[in-house]
Design a protein around this ligand. Sequence first.
Ligand code: FAD
Length: 322
Amino acid sequence: MAEVLVYVDHVDGAVRKPTLELLTLARRIGEPVAVALGSGAEATAATLAEHGAVKVLTADAPEFADYLVVPKVDALQAAYEAVSAGGSLAAVLVPSSAEGKEIAARLAVRIGSGIITDAVDLEAGDEGPVATQSAFAAAFTTKSRVSKGTPVITVKPNSAPVEAAPAAGAVEALNVTFGDKATGTKVVSRTPRESTGRPELTEAAIVVSGGRGVNGAENFSVIEALADSLGAAVGASRAAVDAGWYPHSNQVGQTGKSVSPQLYIASGISGAIQHRAGMQTSKTIVAVNKDPEAPIFDLVDYGVVGDLFEVVPQLTEEVKAR
Ligand code: FAD
């Protein structure tokens, strides 16, 4: 059976959910071989094996922490060369984060392969894996496959379930030679974000977002209360962020983050195309807006025409009562 390289996103050995989702998709097209880099790489092996990784290639070096993406591309390329030399490699899968997309793009250029980004589904095909993407505010879905080289595919979080699938997960050290380019950009400082106790926006199964209709930083407590009752992350439109009501790290949209949760609740958000660009692939979309003509209603599965300050607290109470 062909192998599928899966780039592992982890924090000090704790594997992030989008990688486990990638393993589910990887098993549809071959045998997953995980590539874990940096501090705690070996500690990822047990979790990866529980979710189907037949092998875990690991490497740790100061370069991974000290520099931006290039050393990671060097390592992923080394894994690509090692695995493709030994047999058939069906694809390289990478989580669709900003960093993941840069790593994938650089790898694709280096190995002369086609790339598909932001896939929301993946299946086996006669001529290679077929990726589904969502376009134009989810008005279209496209199915594509790479026609040159080994497909490099980035997949959006929440595109597949996390499934237990015990496998060997044998750890093997990866030999990486860093090119000179590794020194091109150096990390000068890292400032960890203060934890809110809420899930990471791009990984959350549920996102509750507020827009200009929230009308003030202090009123975001209404959005946060609903989010907390659902165990959700909080998002914001650019209008709310530009007004200084919520941090830019929570902005959803073209110039913010791209989310694809099971449930997206937009409150006081009109549904501008740039906002849609970041949430259109959500599985179920709910909007609360007092304007029945708001464009967001063209996109929703469930819409509530009403004042968010009346509707959202009732929703929170209803969720808490269950
Ligand atoms: P508005 O469009 O002002 O909508 C507010 C909505 O709240 C209205 O529909 C109103 O009916 C409703 N409302 C008001 N009061 C209440 C109430 N009490 N109860 C219920 N509903 C109420 N936007 C993003 O979000 N993310 C991006 O990443 C982004 N990137 C951009 C990039 C570029 C290059 C450009 C040009 C724009 C970008 N924008 C982005 C901005 C985007 O065009 C919109 O301006 C923005 O999304 C509007 O935010 P909003 O829906 O919160 O505000």
